[in-house]
Design a binder for this molecule. Structure first.
Ligand code: ANZ
Ligand code: ZN
Length: 803
């Protein structure tokens, strides 16, 4: 027996799989499809991180198992390669981002191959390939043609350091998600995608999906649907009305003042009649420095200024009420104005107590008790005219009917979700396939002219006024209007990094098609993705964006399913040995290449699967890696007890069947850690018995193969177990053999259970009799009586008749 040399073995099998196209997937429509997807990486300059293989291995395991079970498995890989780090690197090193991307992709690919994933590399895609982004542009044009892409002046989140506009999703705690710089607001003309048009569907259709609960909950919260009403309050002495959004129309009689966002247009419109305009202007200036995030914080001190000279009328009570501005009311939500009900809303309550506003309770035993906010909402309506005596729930409906009948307001649903800012003023992205003509406005580039290629520029840096470097390429910018032929200009904004990943799973189905995104028959066969695993951090970005695009493509008849993914799971992060997030600056980064060189890819795979519960984060441990390697050595050494022919022991057989059951279940449920534990104890069983049949060895190798594909193929071949492992079927267990072999048999004396004996299942009468009579309680219960006869019902009862 040779010693275990993973490096040789692994290279050998990787080359074999490549050469034989072992994992090339055919669109073989007779077989049951199984489409397993993991999030394709951004090929950064740092190369693969040890965090990447964790989800990849988990789904590689499922993919391999499903192939052995006869499924036609699609398990593809590609590159999400547009993006800022590449561009920044290109700027710094004066090298074309395409070149940088190429190098990074080559490095990533080599690393992934060295881990032995069963990806179908013939379907590799790259979002920066013109043949790929042609279709990204095509989808954008469809969105444009259906009115879901529009350009508007809007205040955007601007990162002064990256010189880039960010979506709300990319702002974390008021700072740029990428570089951590505090985000400022800047008004820019931006392309927007109307994801809000799909807000209801994006929530409602979650019901039928097998997504883990926390993913569903995060999407629902992010979309933030609230049912309520818009209601109009007259502004005294003007023809204007202030419209508010409220989820609590039942409380209108308790609205004792109004608050509008400092940016609300009414402030400027009536500035001439405001007696304290200096104070107001100063406040507005102060607020502009804050992000919406800071402003919306619950427990911060309330600030505000009254608009002296402007009052409103409560449309139900008819009372004159003051109007204030305060930063806790956001311009970007609802109508940017609220009716304040301090007796029943916590923030209004804090504001009212600070500024001495009137508080009128309208629900008995409601929120405010002895001057403190309690959050209770259980009593009947009071101080509310025709609502008095009702529950709040009935009062809401009654009031909604009333305001609609009296033209004071109407029912509305409001969402926290905003439209998706789809422009970037950067180079390394898909060009927008649009042309601006003075006469015709925005005109799409004809579809047959796609892709609109990214032109070569000399400098990739955005201009200082924040325009894309493409804007300085007059040759490229100046073109003719596709509609009227007059001189026109190309759009110089590019798409955000989230564009290419919003549909990539469709392209894998038919990656070389140049007539369509993918062949409809192939899409009908493969879609939806059966199982998609990815990071929780993508729940409100990529996962939501791609669901939106897919739903749109479904509505225009391009894809056959209304949802892209049937199932979504998510992994925990691998942390540094010190329990902190791995990062260069913390000096706790582990390089997968080194682990592979020292211990082998199979060890890396076993280790990362054994590290802990898949859904939870786990710290790296060098001793854990060594343990994984020792396990594989024990597997290797099983050869020393391997016996020819069908020698087997009952203990082995039982343990093997139990392992088939457990491991099969565990792999499908992302519990490879407990599957590996089962296989470890199976190795112990084999060693304890000192003998292993070829049949049991085959089964064992097959069960371990999805986690450790190289060593298992090698052992199969070296021990002549028949052909190649990967040509064989997943083992089945025999239900009878997984049953526990002993039972506790109740022993009765004249029909009353006195004790039990442990006997083999189905044991014969003599064996049971012996067990009963040798039990130390037998004599005690028999006493001075004697046995007349015994009745034995196998596996159920042993009844002794005594006299
Ligand atoms: C009166 C009221 C009484 C309210 C009450 C709540 C409780 P959700 O559920 O998050 O949608 N609101 C409306 N627009 C706002 C804005 N632009 N900035 C800050 N707050 C705003 O919250 C809806 C409630 O948030 C609305 O209902 C409004 O206050 C406030 F006992 O109106 B409510
Ligand atoms: Zn024109």
């Amino acid at each position: 027996m040779q010693t275990y040399h993973p490096n040789q073995i692994e290279k050998k099998w990787q080359a074999f799989w490549d050469e034989h196209g072992t994992y090339v997937t055919k669109n073989d429509y007779d077989k049951e499809p199984f489409y397993a997807l993991i999030e394709f990486p951004y090929p950064s300059g740092q190369g693969l991180h040890v965090g990447h293989p964790r989800p990849y291995t988990a789904l590689d395991i499922v993919a391999r198992k499903r192939r052995y079970e006869g499924y036609n498995v699609l398990f593809p890989m590609g590159w999400d390669a547009f993006g800022l780090p590449t561009e920044n690197y290109a700027i710094k090193n004066k090298i074309h981002p395409e070149q940088v991307t190429k190098q990074n992709v080559a490095h990533f690919k080599e690393q992934l191959k060295s881990i032995g994933f069963s990806f179908d590399w013939t379907r590799e895609i790259n979002t920066t390939d013109p043949s790929y982004y042609k279709w990204t542009q095509w989808i954008f044009l469809q969105l444009f043609k259906h009115g879901l892409a529009y350009k508007t002046e809007m205040p955007i989140n601007w990162c002064p350091s990256c010189k880039v506009g960010l979506s709300n999703e990319e702002v974390v705690g008021g700072a740029c998600e990428r570089c951590g710089t505090q985000v400022v607001h800047k008004v820019k003309s931006q392309w927007m995608l109307k994801i809000t048009e799909y807000a209801d569907k994006l929530i409602d259709d979650l019901d039928d999906l097998d997504f883990i609960d926390r993913v569903k909950a995060q999407q629902v919260n992010w979309i933030g649907r609230s049912h309520g009403a818009k209601m109009r309050f007259a502004l005294e002495g003007t023809d204007d009305k202030l419209e508010v959004f409220t989820t609590r129309p039942d409380t209108v009689f308790g609205a004792t003042y109004m608050v509008i966002a400092p940016e609300h247009p009414m402030v400027q419109k009536y500035r001439d009649r405001l007696k304290n305009i200096d104070e107001i202007d100063a406040y507005i200036e102060q607020v502009q420095k804050k992000s919406d995030f800071e402003r919306a914080e619950m427990n911060k001190d309330k600030t505000g200024v009254e608009l002296k000279g402007l009052r409103a009328v409560n449309p139900l009570s008819g009372r004159s009420i003051p109007v204030w501005i305060s930063d806790y009311v956001l311009m970007s939500y609802g109508t940017g104005a609220i009716m304040a009900v301090p007796a029943h809303d916590e923030r209004d309550y804090e504001f009212a107590t600070k500024f001495g506003m009137e508080i009128i309770p309208v629900i008995d035993g409601g929120n405010v008790e002895d001057g403190a906010y309690t959050g209770k909402e259980e009593g009947k309506m009071i101080n509310s005219d025709f609502l008095n005596g009702m529950t709040a729930k009935d009062a809401i409906e009654t009031m909604l009917d009333y305001v609609e009948a009296h033209d004071i307001g109407k029912r509305t649903t409001n969402f926290k979700l905003r439209d998706w800012v789809f422009s970037r003023q950067r180079y390394w992205g898909e060009p927008m396939p649009l042309v601006y003509c003075e006469d015709c406005g925005w005109v799409p580039v004809p579809e047959e002219e796609l892709p609109v290629l990214l032109p070569d520029v000399e400098n990739y840096e955005p201009t200082d006024d924040g325009e894309s470097p493409l804007a300085s390429m007059t040759d490229w910018v100046n073109t003719t209007c596709p509609k009227c032929g007059k001189p026109a200009k190309r759009e110089t904004d590019t798409m955000p990094q989230w564009a290419g990943s919003s549909w990539y799973f469709i392209r894998y189905i038919d990656p070389h098609n140049d007539e369509a995104l993918a062949d409809p028959e192939a899409m009908a066969y493969w879609l939806p993705v059966d199982w998609y695993n990815g990071g929780m951090e993508h729940t409100t970005l990529h996962l939501l964006y791609s669901r939106f695009w897919h739903k749109f493509l479904y509505d225009i008849g391009v894809v056959p399913t209304k949802e892209p993914y049937a199932k979504r799971t998510s992994h925990g992060m691998i942390l540094g040995e010190n329990g902190e997030k791995m990062s260069k600056s913390r000096g706790n980064v582990v390089n997968p290449d080194e682990i592979i060189a020292q211990y082998g890819a199979d060890t890396l795979r076993v280790y990362e699967m054994f590290i802990g519960d898949f859904e939870k984060g786990a710290p790296w441990s060098d001793s854990g890696v060594k343990g994984a390697r020792r396990f594989l050595e024990r597997v290797w050494n099983l050869q020393s007890i391997l016996k020819d022919g069908d020698t087997y022991t009952l203990e082995n057989e039982k343990a093997v069947h139990k392992a088939i059951k457990k491991v099969s279940y565990d792999y499908e449920n992302l519990k490879a850690n407990t599957a590996i534990a089962t296989l470890m104890s199976l190795v112990n069983t084999f060693n304890d018995n000192g003998v292993l049949s070829k049949e049991d060895f085959r089964t064992f190798l097959m069960l371990l193969n999805p986690v450790a594909p190289h060593i298992t193929e090698e052992l199969w071949e070296q021990n002549n177990l028949g052909g190649y492992l990967h040509e064989h079927a997943w083992p089945q267990y025999d239900e009878a053999k997984v049953q526990d072999d002993t039972i506790e048999l109740p022993v009765q004396f004249n029909g009353k259970v006195k004790f039990t004996v442990t006997v083999a299942k189905g044991a014969d009468e003599d064996t049971v009799k012996a067990a009963v009579q040798s039990n130390d309680q037998f004599e005690a219960f028999l006493g001075d009586k004697h046995v007349v006869k015994a009745i034995y019902v196998p596996n159920r009862i042993y009844n002794i008749v005594v006299k």
